[in-house]
Design a protein around this ligand. Structure first.
Ligand code: NCD
Length: 413
């Protein structure tokens, strides 16, 4: 390894031995009193936690429909301030986090362009983070540097040991590494889809029983277990894919199918492959939707499909020739392909979609299986639920919901 030149690089090296440990050793360090404090990677979450958080998100969403509910929520955290430190482009994650803060009454501030901060005067990122922790109560950060958020969580933990003020770190995307809160909203969207409760959340325009009995899906069950999940596009560099795959691995008999060009940059990286093998997940790597799975083309076998864009902004010049030889149209959905999918199979995409590449063309938007706009809105509810968990007001929300709300809206009427 080259000798680190800058203090920023030396700071990262300082944490290297901690960064290299297995996830199960790190997880307890990101918790306090049985609650998650720092949200760094999706491997921290358990299936019961995902159910609980989805439940809180549902309550926030229902309460937000009334003025009285909004007033209750906005009075939960008016004494808390958030710093949104986003030095990599973002639309949805940034805005949905700031909307989530507003729902709970938190105020937010932002640094999006490091050229407007003292980093241009030579300040290290770790000094910046420490400064933010003096003014704010949580730091929500997105960075092109993998593992920076994790290192900042260690910085906070070390400061805590020395008795200094510290705040939770929420990872809103760290390089090609992880995007745990995107995985939360993806899971929440799948949870709602596979409850088959509302035609709005579930692509099934029909009731669950109809689907199973009359439409020929006898094996279909409610919930996320026993399903085949497809991922398509840039599997190698897509941090959302990495984080979501680790969560789907928590569900019994979940099978994962990765469809990407057979190219070292775009197909699955060895570390994700190792993690999936470690967890005994059944997964398949294909380079086309027409490859066969259980005797049928993959596209017809999926219970849900997660599309992604090709992250061309990360292309390196050495790859130019080999990438130019790939037929990328095989990784773009068409209405004809959607027509071959199961009638209830939701189509997700973390967005942004690439209008030039066309992995999900707008002709598909009106198909009831297209969930991506609802998925983005779900991000606001689940991020509000996560902030409620981190600041320990989630139980206040469920208590309020049970007493005030359910009593007034008697569902037996
Ligand atoms: C993604 C990201 O930034 O990783 N977007 C998002 O957060 N919704 C996906 C992408 O940029 O392709």
């Amino acid at each position: 390894m080259q000798r680190p030149k800058t203090q920023d690089e030396r700071d990262l090296v300082l944490y290297e031995s901690r960064l290299l440990r297995p996830v199960r050793m790190k997880t307890p360090e990101f918790e306090r009193n049985g609650r998650i404090r720092h949200v760094i990677f999706s491997g921290q979450f358990t299936a019961p936690f995902l159910d609980e958080l989805g439940g809180i998100a549902d309550m926030i969403r229902i309460l937000s429909k009334s003025r009285a509910g909004q007033d209750f929520l906005i009075n939960l955290l008016p004494h808390r301030r958030a710093m949104l430190y986003f030095t990599q482009p973002s639309t949805r994650t940034f805005l949905s986090f700031s909307a989530a803060c507003q729902i709970l009454g938190m105020t937010c501030n932002e640094v999006r362009d490091p050229s407007t901060s003292s980093e241009t005067k030579g300040e290290t990122r770790f000094d910046s983070i420490r400064m933010f922790s003096s003014y704010f109560d949580v730091i929500i950060m997105r960075s092109p540097i993998a593992r920076l958020a994790e290192s900042c969580a260690y910085l906070m933990n070390d400061l805590e040991l020395s008795g200094s003020r510290t705040v939770p770190i929420l990872n809103a995307g760290s390089g090609a590494d992880e995007h745990p809160t995107q995985a939360l909203l993806d899971i929440y969207t799948l949870q709602r889809s596979f409850q088959f409760d509302s035609p709005k959340d579930s692509p099934a325009a029909n009731r669950f029983d109809d689907l199973r009995e009359r439409k020929g899906y006898p094996g279909l069950t409610k919930g996320l277990a026993q399903k085949t999940y497809g991922f398509c596009g840039d599997i190698g560099r897509g941090r959302t894919v990495r984080s979501l795959a680790m969560l789907l691995a928590l569900y019994e008999n979940a099978r994962l199918v990765f469809v990407s060009p057979d190219h070292p940059t775009l197909s699955m990286r060895e570390d994700l492959r190792e993690r999936l093998v470690d967890r005994n997940v059944r997964f398949y790597e294909f380079d086309s939707f027409d490859e066969m799975l259980d005797g049928k083309p993959v596209i017809e076998q999926l219970d849900a499909l997660y599309m992604t864009r090709i992250q061309k902004e990360h292309n390196n010049p050495q790859d130019a020739a080999s990438l130019a030889g790939i037929d990328f149209s095989r990784y773009c959905l068409t209405p004809e392909m959607v027509g071959r999918m199961k009638e209830y199979a939701p189509i997700l995409h973390p967005f942004p979609r690439d209008q030039h590449f066309g992995e999900v063309p707008p002709e598909i938007d009106n198909d009831p299986r297209a969930m991506y706009f609802r998925q983005a809105r779900n991000g606001m509810w689940i991020r509000a639920a996560l902030l409620a968990h981190v600041f320990d007001v989630d139980r206040l929300i469920s208590r309020h919901f049970m007493t005030e709300y359910l009593e007034r809206h008697n569902y037996n009427d």
